[in-house]
Design a protein around this ligand. Structure first.
Ligand code: IMP
Ligand code: MG
Length: 194
């Protein structure tokens, strides 16, 4: 447990971690809170520099997994933008992608003519991104780019490669910083494997 406390977040005590996980075992910290914070700031400044100052940028976060990443990211982007969300579901309660991606919430923001940044917690099979990219392209945005915190690099035929990527991820099941296992662990301040 103690390496989680140190590598994950200096303010998290062993009791704090126990309280957050209900005593459930994590395997190891894969990306610490400090590593994530540093990388998210870098990505935000890359995004800031990428667009023209008058581009109409719409950040579309894929819920629920991207909620922490997105909220940290947008606070470090120094340019005008708007935020909306998409809800797609592919996993259910398991740890392997079902391949059956359901669109549960469609953004109300108009897409046509705008510069879209899709924000995803992790690219795994790529099914979600492939399906969403096709759906969004039919609405004629000015551009679509993908910003992902993590990428397992196992996706075949990914139609949209991340322009901004936080980290290459191991092919393990990861939780924390928004990522869940059966809705548990999203609130951990670091990414761990289980
Ligand atoms: P894909 O459609 O297989 O690329 O899966 C994408 C979605 O599955 C992500 O947005 C995550 O919500 C979820 N996912 C994929 N891998 C993991 C993981 O290791 N831990 C938690 N969620 C994951
Ligand atoms: Mg998920």
């Amino acid at each position: 447990m103690s390496d989680y406390v140190q590598a994950g977040a200096p303010y998290l005590t062993e009791e704090g971690l126990l309280a957050r996980t209900g005593g459930r075992e994590l395997k190891r910290v894969v990306f610490s809170a400090q590593d994530i914070e540093r990388r998210v700031r870098e990505m935000a400044s890359e995004i800031t520099g990428y667009y023209a100052s008058d581009d109409d940028v719409l950040i579309l976060g894929l819920l629920k997994g991207s909620f922490i990443f997105l909220s940290d990211l947008v606070r470090h982007i120094d340019r005008p933008l708007h935020v909306d969300f998409i809800v797609a579901s592919s996993y259910g309660a398991g740890t392997t992608s079902s391949g059956d991606v359901k669109l549960l919430y469609d953004p109300t923001a108009p897409i046509e003519g705008r510069h879209i940044i899709l924000v995803e917690d992790i690219v795994d099979s790529g099914n979600t991104i492939n399906r969403l990219t096709r759906a969004l392209e039919s609405r004629l945005p000015a551009s679509i780019e993908l910003c992902a915190l993590l990428h397992k690099h196992i996706a075949q035929d990914l139609v949209l490669q991340p322009r901004w990527l936080g980290f290459d991820a191991p092919t393990e099941f990861l939780v924390g910083y928004g990522l869940d296992h059966a809705e548990d662990f999203r609130h951990l301040p670091f990414v761990a494997s289980i």
